[in-house]
Design a protein. Sequence first.
Length: 292
Amino acid sequence: MKRFVPILSGLILMLSAYSYVAEGGTGVDRAEELLKQARVALGGEANLRAIQSLSVSGRLRRVTQARDQSGEIKLDFLLPDKFKKTETMNLIAGVELTLVSVLNGDRAWKDSRSSSSNAQVTVIGPDGGKGEQSVPPKEVRADFARNLLGLLLSPPASFPIRFNYAGVAEAPDGKADVIDARGPDGFEARLFLDKNTHRPLMLSYRGMVPRLSTMRTQSGRESVDKIVKDAQVGGNRQQAEIQIRYSDYRVVNGVMLPHRITKTADGKTNEEWEITRFKINPTELKPGVFNK
């Protein structure tokens, strides 16, 4: 997978500096009009409504503390209320880390595992627990909604979102229509739709910069312990302006889907997904996939 492309980072930085210009149309009505137009650009309302499940697989590249890490990412969606994210990172010294977060209806849980070629590594969570742990569903549900909104412009029925038109974002490279999205549990995001193609260009929100929990080996190998500590993403968890940019759209079963997704936190590019496969309504994606 290629290294982060400086041009992409520059575009995202310019987008964060957009100025907003009032344009005709009332907020709610204008937002709905623009969303309908954007859904047509993605393949049409009928094609999007027909998607009841979706699997997304790709290569993941992340920069943490000036170190590049590569791995794989997979997202599984089963509407209306099931979501699973699996990230597998290849750290140095043969350490492989797998992070899983799952939403299953009104329950959510996370699991973290790692191993090296020489020793097993155990994830120690912030509360001292190991491995799998139940978590409040708010954070995972918000991630579920953001991913569906950015990919399909259709939040899950289990998570109603209100849309309001915010104006036009202007930058030297073009313009975007801006829509504010608000939902349960304080959910807030801002969606940017490209003025020319009408496709999602970016989604931004205030959120916690992800980090990995401290890990240590059962055999007491301090070197592996240090490797995993150094793999923490962004150090301490802090609020940041997070931007997700969508590009490289291609048709998959009649639907336009982005094959490159780039993330920034406070203007610094720290993550890139290169999507290698979308599976729409995969028959193997059953409710049991989301059980503990």
